[in-house]
Design a protein around this ligand. Structure first.
Ligand code: GLN
Length: 238
C-alpha cells in the first residue's frame, strides 16, 4: 500500500479559522483511495523530520508569527531545499507571509521570512475580511475566507494562485491572490481552503504520490457534499 507522510508546520501557534482542516482533507482524500497516511507535527524546538511528502502550514496572529519566526529560520534552508526539489507545500495566510522574504508589521517590526517565495508583506491600515473567490488557471474558481491586515506584493515573475473575483487577495490593489513557486502554493484563503477546493487537495496529493512513484495515478473521487459546500460558500455575502 502506498504511504504518505504529511507534516503540519507549527499547529500550536499557526492554525486559525480551521486551517487544520487542510491536513484532514488531504489525509481523508488519500485514505479514501487506500493510501496510508502518517501525520507529523513540527512545533518550535522539535527536531525537523525530513522524510515527508507534503507540508501544510496555517494562519496566525502576528504574535504567533513572532513565536515561530526563530525556529522557522533554523529550518529555513531545509525547507528551501525541499521546495526547490519539488515537494508539495500549502501555506496559508500567516505561514504564506513567512514563506516570503519578510513581514513588516504595522508597528514597523520586521519578522524575517525564509524567502521560498520572492515577495514581501507589509501591515496595512485595515483588516481585509470576508468570503473570497478567485479564478485560477489550473483550479478554476477557488473559494475561501480571508482575514489579514498584511498586504503582500509578489516580485516580478512570481506567479499568483489566481485573480480575485470577490474579496481583496494579496493586497487589495492588483487583483492577485496567493502565489505559486515550484510546487509550493501560498494563499490567504482560510475556510479551510481544501475541503471547499478539492482540486487543490488532489493536486497536492498527486504531486506527493508521483514523487514517491512516477507511475502513481490518483483515482478520481466524487463527493457530492463538497460540491454543495462550494455552492453555499459562493453565495454567502461578504
Ligand atoms: N497576522 C497576519 C496578518 O494579519 C496573518 C493573519 C492570518 O494568518 N490570518 O496579516
Amino acid at each position: 500500500m502506498a504511504e504518505l507522510t504529511i507534516m503540519q508546520l507549527y499547529p500550536r501557534d499557526m492554525n486559525i479559522y480551521g486551517d487544520w482542516g487542510n491536513v484532514q482533507t488531504v489525509a481523508k482524500r488519500a485514505e479514501w483511495r487506500g493510501i496510508d497516511v502518517k501525520l507529523v507535527e513540527h512545533n518550535p524546538g522539535d527536531t525537523f523530520v525530513t522524510d515527508i511528502d507534503l507540508i501544510v502550514g496555517g494562519g496566525g496572529q502576528d504574535s504567533g508569527q513572532d513565536v515561530v519566526a526563530e525556529d522557522l529560520q533554523r529550518i529555513g534552508s531545509e525547507l528551501r531545499a525541499m521546495a526547490r526539489d519539488g515537494m508539495p507545500m500549502l501555506m496559508i495566510c500567516g505561514m504564506y507571509q513567512l514563506f516570503g522574504n519578510r513581514f513588516i508589521t504595522r508597528e514597523g517590526h520586521t519578522i524575517e521570512g525564509i524567502g521560498v517565495i520572492d515577495m514581501e508583506t507589509r501591515g496595512g491600515p485595515e483588516r481585509l475580511i470576508g468570503n473570497t473567490v478567485i479564478s485560477s488557471p489550473e483550479f478554476g474558481d477557488v473559494i475561501g475566507y480571508e482575514n489579514h491586515s498584511g498586504l503582500t506584493y509578489l516580485a516580478d515573475g512570481v506567479a499568483q494562485l489566481g485573480t480575485v473575483t470577490l474579496g481583496a487577495g494579496n493586497n487589495g490593489e492588483d487583483k492577485g491572490e496567493g502565489a505559486r513557486v515550484h510546487e509550493v502554493i501560498g494563499s490567504y484563503l482560510h475556510g479551510s481552503l481544501l475541503p471547499k477546493n478539492p482540486r487543490i487537495a488532489d493536486h497536492l496529493l498527486g504531486v506527493a504520490l508521483r514523487r514517491r512513484n512516477s507511475d502513481a495515478v490518483l483515482e478520481p473521487l466524487d463527493v457530492p457534499f463538497e460540491t454543495r459546500a462550494r455552492e453555499t460558500a459562493q453565495t454567502r455575502p461578504r
